[in-house]
Design a protein around this ligand. Structure first.
Ligand SMILES: [Zn+2]
Length: 427
């Protein structure tokens, strides 16, 4: 099967960050040619005047929480936790499936083709991912047995999920760890051992709040980043979400061990947890940084365009320095750098021959994307665009949405099932 995307501005995100006017030929799910294409094809997508970017990569989500949107807004953090956990404890497979489907739909509509999730019941979430046509790296939540609502031992559940789903298309089982506040040293190291034996990603919350840091100091005698380094947990298959309250010493641990970061600016700002991820210092220490929306009770959106802009503004505003995170680097964090964070850099993250055709076409006629100038295109994508500018999405070479019509899911059904699930779960 050959698909041709014709006559667009291609923001390639290749090593020299070329932007070219031209075509993309896709052969059996893989990008076969970028530039002028003369070969014939089975299907043509006319993208005249439109903008093609690599599919965006959201490196921190709890996608099934989409049906819980709006239940815990504008409240102090302890009350937020109580409200979220109370709803979480009542969840069923049915509302998890409905929430995951709604979340995948929102991601398709806003140009995300790969996401890294952390939750329990990832076997249910995997079903929604498979139907949706996008790519899910699904980290089953592992924590100490005494703190969980899962049936059985969470690490055993995670292992079972991995064994059952490891060969499914576009589903990549991973190991999730809730965080230092509910995971013992034994839990961290057991999870790491299994993950590295099976070449799996590990993702966890790190230093999201000041309380997490002070509690860890009291319990373990050191800050979370120092503690995880001291027990030998950190490794190059790790993606640490938030990483907001870190010292320079902890940043150096991330660097030395190859641990990657998913910064979640909207979540941190909305919960007013205070810390701002020290991204300039992460760059100086060659730590790979990416961007995550976090779950729908803390954001409450999965739109990576909003997340990119907010991340840049937060870093600029907090450092009094507009140069600290430029538009091109922000787009890198959501594409090529994110691909490196999830160890898929040879497969996704840029528009280059040999990579998977994970592609997003933005409507070049949208007023907020104009005027169309090569020189300001990346800036327009990061500072002026919304998810709703996404017109067409391909993942793995398959057309998931074309001209705003979602091809893989029955949108009305997904939305009405999510309404029912929310009503049942939340009353
Ligand atoms: Zn989270």
């Amino acid at each position: 099967m050959r698909t041709l995307i014709k006559d667009a501005y291609l923001v390639t995100q290749n090593a020299s960050r070329d932007i070219v006017k031209g075509d993309i030929l896709i052969e059996d799910g893989t990008i076969a040619k970028v530039g002028e294409v003369k070969e014939g094809s089975d299907a043509v997508i006319d993208a005249s005047g439109d903008v093609v970017i690599p599919g965006l990569i959201n490196t921190h989500t709890h996608v099934a929480m989409s049906v819980m949107k709006g239940i815990a807004d504008d409240m102090p953090f302890p009350q937020f936790l109580d409200t979220t956990f109370a709803a979480d404890a009542k969840r069923t497979d049915r509302d998890i499936a409905a929430g995951a489907a709604q979340g995948c739909l929102e991601m398709i509509r806003s140009g995300t083709t790969t996401f890294l999730d952390l939750y329990y019941s990832e076997d249910v979430i995997a079903g929604a991912v498979e139907k949706s046509g996008i790519r899910g790296i699904l980290g089953w939540a592992v924590l100490d047995e005494q703190f969980t609502t899962q049936k059985g031992n969470p690490l055993d559940n995670c292992k079972r999920f991995h064994r059952q789903f490891k060969d499914r298309p576009r589903v990549y089982p991973a190991v999730g760890l809730q965080g230092v506040y509910v995971c013992s040293t034994e839990t961290f190291l057991g999870a790491k051992e299994y993950a590295l034996e099976n070449n799996l990603l590990q993702t966890f919350h790190l230093s999201e709040t000041r309380k997490e840091v002070s509690d860890c100091k009291r319990k373990e005698g050191s800050r979370p980043g120092d503690y995880l380094a001291s027990i030998g947990f950190l490794n190059d298959h790790c993606v640490a979400a938030h990483s907001a309250w870190l010292t320079i010493n902890e940043v150096r641990h991330l660097s030395r061990t190859g641990t990657k970061v998913s910064s979640c600016p909207v979540s941190n700002m909305k919960l007013a947890t205070g810390g701002v991820a020290p991204i300039p210092e992460m760059f100086q220490n060659n730590v790979t940084v990416s961007v995550g929306t976090d779950g729908s009770t803390t954001n409450n959106s999965l739109d990576m365009f909003g997340e990119m802009k907010t991340l840049s503004l937060l870093q600029k505003a907090s450092r009094w320095d507009p140069t600290v995170l430029p538009a091109q680097k922000v787009l890198d964090l959501a594409t090529v750098d994110a691909a490196r964070a999830v160890k898929m850099e040879s497969m996704i993250g840029s528009i280059e021959v040999g990579k998977k055709a994970d592609l997003v076409i933005l409507d070049g006629k949208a007023a907020n994307l104009r005027p169309m100038r090569m020189g300001s295109l990346v800036s327009n994508i990061v500072y002026s665009s919304y998810g709703l500018n996404v017109k067409t999405v391909l993942c793995d070479g398959n057309v998931v949405m074309q001209d705003r019509a979602v091809r893989t899911m029955d949108e009305e059904k997904v939305l009405s099932e999510a309404e029912d699930a929310a009503r049942e779960l939340l009353g």
